[in-house]
Design a protein. Structure first.
Length: 213
């Protein structure tokens, strides 16, 4: 079985400024410029967490035309007063169609996306929703020789651990096993009816800090 790898974790926010402030408060660092996603009408900011790992803040781009389909990562559901949150994550594969077919949960259809000169394939539900409320990852297959994280400035941040909390932990564990990610993400149970959430523990220049809790 081809194993997937954790590629990036994503904060969704009504605006990039709100998302950047959320990360600054949580981690004590500033985000770096990302770019625009013309097909989705969104844009992002980035923070390097390793040579092939980053944190992303993504929001609707108010200067871009609205897409003809729902935006990804449930961004169309955000109101101006919706708090930013660590809402979802993305797992890297070199065979996205095989990985999506092997997954125990429906992760969406494979779509081509661009940001400036970058190109990639990613799974997106047709309604723009977050599978398992963000606990299930999107899958990505980069079509570039170098991972984009390696081009970001290193500000001294790295991922210590990543946790998925869900009322159905066995279901999450089963999904991670089908993707070969069961040793990468720690699964924690929540009471029945509780809202699932993601938690990332990140080494920063000021010590170990948490985002998503």
């Amino acid at each position: 079985m081809r194993r997937c790898q954790l590629d990036h974790i994503t904060v969704t926010a009504p605006t990039l400024a709100q998302g950047a402030a959320f990360v600054r408060d949580a981690l004590g660092v500033e985000m770096q410029a990302g770019g625009e996603h013309p097909r989705m009408g969104t844009h992002n900011l980035l923070l390097r967490l390793g040579d092939s790992l980053f944190l992303e803040v993504i929001a609707v781009n108010p200067d871009a035309p609205a897409p003809t389909r729902p935006r990804w990562f449930a961004l169309d559901t955000l109101r101006p007063d919706t708090p930013p949150r660590l809402s979802n994550w993305v797992a890297r594969t070199n065979d996205i169609r095989h990985a999506a077919a092997a997954a125990s949960e429906a992760l969406g259809t494979v779509e081509p996306i661009t940001r400036a000169t970058l190109q990639w394939l990613i799974t997106i539900p047709s309604d723009g929703s977050l599978p398992m409320e963000g606990i299930a990852p999107a899958l990505i297959e980069w079509q570039a020789p170098v991972h984009p994280a390696s081009r970001l400035q290193d500000v001294g941040c790295s991922l210590h651990s990543f946790e998925a909390q869900h009322p159905e932990p066995d279901r999450v564990t089963a999904l991670l096993a089908t993707l070969g990610l069961d040793q990468t993400v720690r699964v924690s149970p929540l009471p029945a009816g509780a809202t699932p959430r993601l938690v990332a523990h990140i080494h920063t220049p000021t010590g170990l800090r948490t985002i998503g809790a």
